[in-house]
Design a protein around this ligand. Sequence first.
Ligand SMILES: Nc1nc2c(ncn2[C@@H]2O[C@H](COP(=O)(O)OP(=O)(O)OP(=O)(O)O)[C@@H](O)[C@H]2O)c(=O)[nH]1
Ligand SMILES: [Mg+2]
Length: 201
Amino acid sequence: MAVKFSTNDASFLASVGDARDFARFGGLPQAALSGRSNVGKSSLINCLLGRKSLARVSSVPGKTITVNYYTVGGKMLFVDLPGYGFAKRPAAEREKWSRLTDGFFTKNPASDSLKLVLQLIDAAVGPTPDDMMMVNYLRDAGVPRVLVLTKTDKLGSRQREELSFRMSEAGLSGETLIPFSARTGEGRDAVWRQIRSTLGV
Ligand SMILES: Nc1nc2c(ncn2[C@@H]2O[C@H](COP(=O)(O)OP(=O)(O)OP(=O)(O)O)[C@@H](O)[C@H]2O)c(=O)[nH]1
Ligand SMILES: [Mg+2]
């Protein structure tokens, strides 16, 4: 059964810019957030934890290329992965992104602790080629995942239908899909249920 812990009892743990430091975060189960720059990763963390600005929400996408760890109730970690798909990013930064993200999934001594990836997809944009690459990677690697469709507050009912059509066209209807909005709180409980059952917390 789920362990009781307070989701308000959360704090920023560390910002990691070097894959060698991932080893330090074994032990507690991890839920990682992956997605395009600006898709709403930090906002989702703040929303889940009921905090205004624990995770920094940026109006300029992709400013920092670091992996950010947050501890929750002393029972689990959120891992905010650096956003991808920011076209104007210089080559050196893109390379840093690849090195860090690749390191997180393929050369992470603490990867046993990674229990779930929340793969965020902007509901108003639909799955981009980069999103598809990421989802296919997670699929092939057998990483447990849920697809969180963010910013649903921007959609009318017609656009919601279109989105679900586009998701199935992209071959994603077999995935666990959770519509989510940090603005309205839609999907917050569903995301927590997934995290709790997958991480066993
Ligand atoms: N309408 C709406 N806007 C949102 C929502 N979530 C985030 N945003 C906005 O989208 C922008 C990016 O949000 P962030 O949470 O910083 O996105 P991120 O994925 O962490 O971005 P990076 O850290 O730069 O990769 C901000 O302007 C947010 O206010 C949402 O649910 N609805
Ligand atoms: Mg962020």
